[in-house]
Design a protein around this ligand. Structure first.
Ligand code: SF4
Ligand code: SF4
Length: 458
């Protein structure tokens, strides 16, 4: 009997040691990753937690006292219970899953289009006589220095000049989004060419690629920018290929400083270049293809990317991808080449997480993101964004801000640690609540804006 008790005790001691070292080892791993990511608050907290979590296990192992065995079993049982609670898949059905807009958006209402209207022109007068409610709101951003202006609050010569350079190259690319199609049509197999296009895009730098049928609701009703302003949009191509490209985390963590606009324009350019390469390639095979790049879209990229299985539209109105959250830029190619479609995935966990998180709304300097639940807008449940106040802030800072994107818990780097947490978020209702609490603890409810990377801040 005595030997059985002694055997049990040594097994419990072993389990105590194993669990204590395991938990604090995980915390040390988090600390190392946090240092690599320059998340010093997270590094300090994870070190502290490694000590706090280790203490009860090592104390029970080292000291003898009455009921030690019971205390040890209770502690181990709590650990097992917490693991079950966090990782058992609890997935209640989320109201209003996949929804499609009942009416098309007019690109002329997009802030960039409104920003391009010049007072005194026919387009300006016509737009505001039809949308008098927007005149007062738009006068506010027109009073500000403007995007990339030297008078803006975040003006920084190098990053602003780099962003200008990116935009100038994009401008030069706009005329080649469409082109002539080779006369000879090459026979292709949809699954093979789809795989080829995806693999090649990734080799060119894309983060994710998806294919969907081009739907009418993907398209804007009218052009809002460029020479074709006001033209009704008609695109009968059958397929749309959406590609996302990562925006660098270090550059984004400086939001709303100049490196954000430098990075976003860079990734508009990079995603646009890939889209153009694919479009040229497809036309060379004898099929029509049009690239949709920054400033020359016919469609709403996040909506296409969502339907192509790349993510879900979150609280801040952007596509939330599973591995980078909103920290991506998107470009699209519409085409007639026969392709294999990707299935739309269930991203209702994103809707649920956005429902409780609200971190983007908390950090937004212009209070443009709603704290409320989703509401029906044009027949679709979504979070309301105040585009006018957001854009007015951009015209004040001179950058495209990005505070919301930088603070989002989904936007942490694409590595094992964060991917594991994102997996937990998608797996369990309970884990989502725990992950949000931990994100606030490790990174702060309102994470601070970082300084420029040293090579930019010369
Ligand atoms: S910050 Fe939170 S609420 Fe906002 S988009 Fe990201 S996950 Fe959703
Ligand atoms: S970009 Fe900035 S101003 Fe606009 S919604 Fe995000 S945080 Fe707010």
């Amino acid at each position: 009997m005595l030997s059985l008790i002694a055997y049990n005790q040594s097994l419990i001691d072993l389990l105590l040691l194993f669990t204590g070292f395991g938990i604090s080892g995980i915390m040390i791993y988090v600390k190392i990753i946090s240092i690599i990511e320059k998340e010093y608050r997270a590094a300090k907290i994870s070190f502290l937690l490694s000590v706090i979590f280790f203490a009860p296990f090592i104390s029970l192992y080292l000291y003898d006292f009455p009921y030690k065995e019971i205390a040890s079993i209770v502690l181990l049982a709590v650990v097992v219970l917490v693991i079950i609670l966090l990782f058992f898949p609890v997935r209640p059905k989320i109201k209003g899953g996949f929804q499609v807009p009942k009416e098309k958006h007019d690109e002329r209402n997009v802030m960039f289009s409104r920003n391009e209207l010049k007072p005194g022109t026919k387009q300006f007068d016509s737009y505001y006589s039809n949308n008098s409610d927007k005149k007062y709101l738009d006068d506010k951003f027109r009073e500000k220095p403007g995007l990339l202006s030297p008078d803006s609050s975040m003006y920084h010569p190098f990053s602003f000049a780099s962003a200008h350079a990116n935009l100038e190259v994009i401008e030069a690319l706009k005329p080649i989004v469409n082109g002539s199609v080779a006369k000879q049509v090459i026979d292709i197999e949809p699954s093979k060419i789809s795989n080829y296009l995806k693999t090649w895009s990734k080799k060119l730098g894309a983060h994710s690629v998806g294919i969907t049928e081009l739907k009418d609701y993907h398209l804007y009703s009218h052009k809002g920018r460029g020479d074709l302003y006001g033209k009704e949009i008609s695109n009968k191509q059958k397929y749309a290929i959406a590609i996302t490209i990562e925006m660098d985390n270090e550059m984004m963590q400086t939001a709303p400083k100049g490196s954000v606009v430098m990075e976003s324009t860079q990734q508009y350019l990079s995603s646009g270049t890939i889209a153009l390469q694919l479009a040229y390639f497809i036309r060379n095979l004898g099929y029509s293809a049009r690239a949709h790049i920054d400033g020359n879209y016919e469609l709403i990229c996040p909506l296409v990317a969502r339907d192509a299985g790349l993510g879900e539209i979150g609280r801040m109105g952007l596509l939330m991808t599973l591995k980078l959250g909103p920290r991506v830029r998107i470009a699209v190619i519409t085409t007639d080449i026969p392709l294999e479609l990707d299935k739309r995935k269930d991203f209702s966990s994103v809707i649920d997480f956005c429902g409780i998180c609200k971190k983007c709304a908390d950090v937004c300097p212009s209070s443009s993101i709603s704290f409320n639940q989703r509401e029906e807008i044009k027949g679709v449940l979504r979070w309301k964004i105040n585009h006018e106040s957001c854009f007015t802030y951009w015209c004040t800072s001179g950058t495209d801000c990005g505070r919301c994107m930088a603070a989002c818990p989904y936007a942490h780097p694409n590595n094992y640690m964060h991917n594991f947490i994102r997996w937990g978020i998608s797996n369990s209702y309970i884990f989502r609540r725990f992950a949000l609490y931990m994100d606030d603890l490790f990174y702060g409810r309102k994470p601070k804006s970082r300084n420029f990377p040293s090579w930019i801040d010369m």
